[in-house]
Design a protein around this ligand. Structure first.
Ligand code: MG
Ligand code: MG
Length: 264
């Protein structure tokens, strides 16, 4: 069943999403050459808890960390390790927190140092595809309209759209109904109506859409080991239109002051 939220609940979700947004801002200021993924996870967890939140990924089906950090050919669900960031890496930072009973969950792909033009293009198009999807969030449409728009946009650029992992409803739980695939048919799926709250999260591969899971039981990588990018926003339907509860502004402000990150 889809659980539609009241105006008050949407404000609590906005607050949770803003803590995630600020966490992504903190991470954007800390990504430097030679910094380990574990360090980023540690400071994120401290920040979330200092702000009265709980990192919801930690312990979710046994996931060991507060952030999913997925580099280069890793699509999503990367476990923060001692691996360090070097010039040329792209890093998807996915963060989920719960506060006052509601969850925020969104993600940004950062570009570190000298990034090949073709990789920059992938990151840019993935981000654009998220907004192309959000444009379809309006009363009268269905989830399939969002899915279709994202797929068309990514495939038009020759990229692979991951099938096995999808966006989702969001609220008291990290994953609620409906599923929000990044591929699909126009006019299919759940109705978009006031009070619907969803996380839209295109996962777009430079090459094949096919993925596989590493032996750690979590990390998803592209089958052809080509790069993959990932952006996610939390969106509520208010007065028949999309209200984006999360923001990339903290991350993008921090990036301006961090010369190691390339703004795409
Ligand atoms: Mg999500
Ligand atoms: Mg996420």
């Amino acid at each position: 069943m889809i659980y539609l939220k009241t105006a008050e609940e949407i404000e609590l979700m906005r607050h949770a999403a803003q803590i995630v947004s600020k966490t992504l801002g903190l991470i954007a200021s800390e990504i430097k050459e030679g910094v380990s993924l574990k360090h980023l996870d540690k400071i994120a967890e401290e920040f979330i808890r200092d702000n009265g939140g709980v990192p919801v990924f930690k312990g979710y089906n046994g996931f060991p960390a507060s952030l999913c950090l997925s580099m280069n050919e890793e699509v999503v669900h990367g476990i923060p390790s001692d691996r360090i960031i070097t010039s040329g890496d792209i890093l998807s930072v996915d963060c989920g927190i719960k506060k006052q009973g509601f969850v925020g969950d969104h993600a940004y792909t950062f570009c570190a140092g000298e990034i090949k033009k073709e990789v920059q293009d992938l990151v840019r198009v993935t981000k654009e595809s998220l907004y192309v999807g959000i444009e379809q969030v309006k009363s009268g449409n269905r989830i399939g309209d969002v899915s279709y728009a994202i797929q068309q946009y990514a495939e038009k650029h020759g990229y692979g759209v991951v099938r096995e992992l999808v966006g989702h409803g969001l609220g008291k739980n990290l994953h609620e109904k409906p599923e929000v695939p990044n591929y699909g048919k126009r006019g299919s799926g759940a109705k978009i109506q006031n009070g619907l709250t969803i996380a839209i999260e295109p996962m777009i591969n430079m090459g094949t859409k096919d993925i596989k899971q590493l032996n750690d039981g979590w990390t998803i990588i592209t089958k052809d080991k080509k790069p993959s990018a990932h952006f996610e926003h939390d969106v509520a339907v208010v007065n028949g239109k999309a209200d984006i509860l999360s923001t990339f502004s903290y991350a993008e402000e921090a990036m301006k002051k961090n010369s190691f990150l390339v703004k795409i």
